[in-house]
Design a protein around this ligand. Structure first.
Ligand code: NAD
Length: 419
């Protein structure tokens, strides 16, 4: 029996079994690698603007502490439950290890629709969530970051709340903060830019150019919008885009700058255009060179996978592809080049790591230095995944996750089992 239930955790567990079989990890060693070290569940009561008190469930899962502190985002969404948070923490572990970062994975979240709260209520909830987590987190224990439904402002409230309790400013407790509050240049854009960088690498591998390629992006928040901007800078034509409010498609190409301006001004894509509206259910399966799911988990199941018409699937979201869909994609390996999530969206945590290092040292880098170091880490991880996949004739996801799992396993085995 486990408390980690639900389709997202099942997916993380199934993926792990595939890797464990491939690496021939003995069965009695597997639970120690898969199951989280700690899970914290809190109730967060806050005052609403109308005087009532509301209580929200909050979670934080720390997957393993073997390589250093844990690291991971905080999600504010109605889907958040312990299984989803645990799965995201497990994925973070493989991702950090693949990128060579001295972290275990973590994830946190609150079951709430942040759009339904006023700014004041959102601040109350953010501060109370961090206050509840203080006994369990710290710059050398567990470092938070943004994820779906949270942003730089919320990270600033987290950092301020933690600092107030410590009696001094502790910028290194969270990453993804505003630059004015100890954040790093380049963090806001890092995940989306990293996605676009790896898309260019993937297109190169299949003998295509970024300039003139077509792209479809699902999700137009932090990751999707910066991926769109960076792809457009590199000459790629965005032909389809969606968020939770709207979906647009135009084979002649959409105006990325206008979409970004609209989304930043209005908070979503709704109202951008009436003529270009499209059925969101059909968006992912339209013909394009590059498909970027950048919203949520499990949007590509086996039936969608069979209908995909892209050359590169760049998994900017965490867990967008189900294990059933993987089986289909494995058979279509020559047709569709998958950049698996643990590689594709690693730019975010890599620059979060840079932010943490800068905060600890109180020594800040310019943006060029951040981006050069980011691309170096992504190149190294991409090369490792390609080499492993070619050597063992395994899918890119298997190669990427196996490199992460191996590093965690090796650290656990060399440290030994206490007591
Ligand atoms: P965000 O909250 O900034 O944006 C999420 C976007 O997804 C919004 O545009 C929202 O409208 C859209 N969306 C939600 N439901 C949708 C639906 N049903 N159909 C289409 N679009 C929908 O979140 P984000 O930070 O951009 O994160 C997006 C994904 O990337 C998540 O899976 C997250 O875990 C992953 N990720 C984020 C980071 C980061 O640095 N922010 C890093 C790594 C991975």
């Amino acid at each position: 029996m486990t408390i980690y239930t639900g389709p997202v955790f099942d997916m993380a567990r199934d993926q792990f079994q595939v890797i464990a079989d491939y690496l021939e990890i003995p069965h009695d060693e597997r639970p120690r690698l898969l199951f989280p070290k700690r899970a914290i569940v809190v109730s967060c009561p806050i005052h609403l603007d109308d005087g009532r008190v509301a209580v929200y469930q909050g979670y934080r899962v720390q997957h393993h502490l073997t390589l250093g502190p844990t690291k991971g985002g905080t999600r504010f969404a109605l889907s958040v439950d312990i299984g989803e948070v645990a799965a995201l923490a497990v994925w973070m572990s493989w991702k950090c290890a693949l990128a060579g970062l001295p972290y275990g994975g973590a994830k946190g979240g609150v079951t709430v629709d942040p759009r339904a709260l006023s700014p004041h209520e959102l601040e109350n909830l953010s501060r109370r969530y961090m206050q509840e987590m203080i006994p369990f987190v710290g710059p050398h224990t567990d470092v938070m970051a943004p994820d779906m439904g949270t942003n730089e402002q919320i990270m600033a409230w987290f950092m301020d709340t933690y600092s107030m309790y410590q009696g001094r400013t502790v910028t290194e407790i969270v990453t993804g903060k505003p630059v004015a509050s100890g954040g790093t240049l380049g963090r806001r854009e890092a995940t989306g830019r990293g996605v676009a960088y790896l898309v260019a690498r993937a297109l190169e591998r299949i003998g295509r150019q970024t300039a003139g390629a077509t792209a479809i992006i699902q999700g137009f928040g932090n990751v999707g919008s910066y991926a769109a901007e960076t792809l457009a800078e590199r000459g790629t034509k965005l032909i389809g885009v969606s968020d939770h409010t709207a979906c647009y498609y135009d084979p002649r190409g959409l105006d990325v700058a206008a979409l970004v301006t609209h989304a930043r001004e209005h908070g979503s894509l709704a109202g951008y255009s009436n003529q270009l509206s499209f059925d969101p259910h059909d968006l992912l399966t339209q013909q394009c060179d590059v498909l970027v799911p950048a919203a949520m988990e499990r949007v590509i199941d086996a039936s969608v996978a069979a209908k995909l018409q892209c050359r590169v699937l760049a998994e900017a979201a965490n867990g967008p592809t189900t294990p059933d869909a993987d089986e289909v994609l494995n058979q279509r390996r020559g047709e569709i080049f998958v950049i698996p999530d643990v590689l594709c969206n690693a730019g975010g945590v890599v620059v979060s790591y840079f932010e943490w290092v800068q905060d600890l040292q109180q020594f800040f880098w310019d943006e060029d230095e951040v981006m050069t170091k980011l691309y170096h880490v992504l190149d190294r991880a991409f090369a490792q995944v390609m080499n492993r996949a070619d050597r063992d004739k395994v899918p890119h996801r298997t190669a990427a996750m196996a490199i992460g799992v191996e590093k965690v396993r090796s650290a656990k085995n060399t440290r030994g089992l206490f007591p």
